[in-house]
Write a protein that binds this ligand. Sequence first.
Ligand SMILES: [Zn+2]
Ligand SMILES: [Zn+2]
Length: 339
Amino acid sequence: MKAAYYQGDKSFFITDCIPQSPNAHEVRIDVSYCGICGTDIHIYRGHMAERIHPPQVIGHEMSGTVAEMGVGVEGLQIGDPVVVRPLDSCNHCPACKAGHHHICQNLNFIGIDSPGAFQSSWNISAQVLHKLPLGINMEIAALIEPLAVACHDVRLGQIRSGETVVVIGGGPIGMLVSLVAKSKGAKVTLAEVNPFRFDLAQDLGINAINPAEDNLEQYILDITNGAGADAVFEVSGSKSGIEVSTELCRTRGRIIVVAIFPEPQPVNLFKFFWREIQMLGVRVYEPEDYEEAIVLADSQKLPLEKLITSVQPLEALSNAFHSLDTNPNNLKILIKCSD
Ligand SMILES: [Zn+2]
Ligand SMILES: [Zn+2]
């Protein structure tokens, strides 16, 4: 087997290793594909040094098949297609006790806080696996993790059919939130300044606006008879994105904060008070979001294949990270981890 180790300082080394038999309640997976996430790029840029222990295998947006099972594993068979929901919760903190295992106060995010999927063979607890329908496209299946993020965001944002929704930021998650909200019957407008991403959004059937060229606020007021949007998803992580959110939102509308803001940002609290706006944070996913994402991915109802910019071999991992780090004309790069 081959594994790609991140060694810090924007570099990886690829090495041959011997697959280990899984421990009790673990499964060895032949990893088919693993996508590179925005979080992986943060790691690459050295922003998450306190959580990474180089040399370490990272990666969490994977698809694969069961290759070997440890004792005590039930409900799976060799050859089953699976995805990992990469959250390992402590089960005893206040968040876990309240049923919020996905945002456990001692969360081990698999692929960041512990070894991940940029390797051809991966041993992992059977508890975090979701079985996939037979015959599912394994490239598309590697998008289930980010698609589950979008399902969670749209579910917690309580998006209903007919609502006007603005999504600020057209990266992979912004695109997926737009597609999932549209699939619920919402009228979605995506705000994106990058021409490549703007064109891709339109190619995906998403109504896109470039706020650097067109007046986003005026546009939303026009299409809502002066009311404003029912829900605004902030997915850009930018100062201007969170600033405009309060301007776009109707009375008693919702602002859903999806992006990671490393620094505190000023927010127009007067607008909150005046319009009785609600703001909620949303993070990762719960098992039901994974199940919804699996059904959506398998249904082929969403044009998910268009989100994949390229598929590259494990040996090209360094180049793929470099490309995502330096060239915004990329969306999702998948790494083919085994044959
Ligand atoms: Zn991810
Ligand atoms: Zn916990």
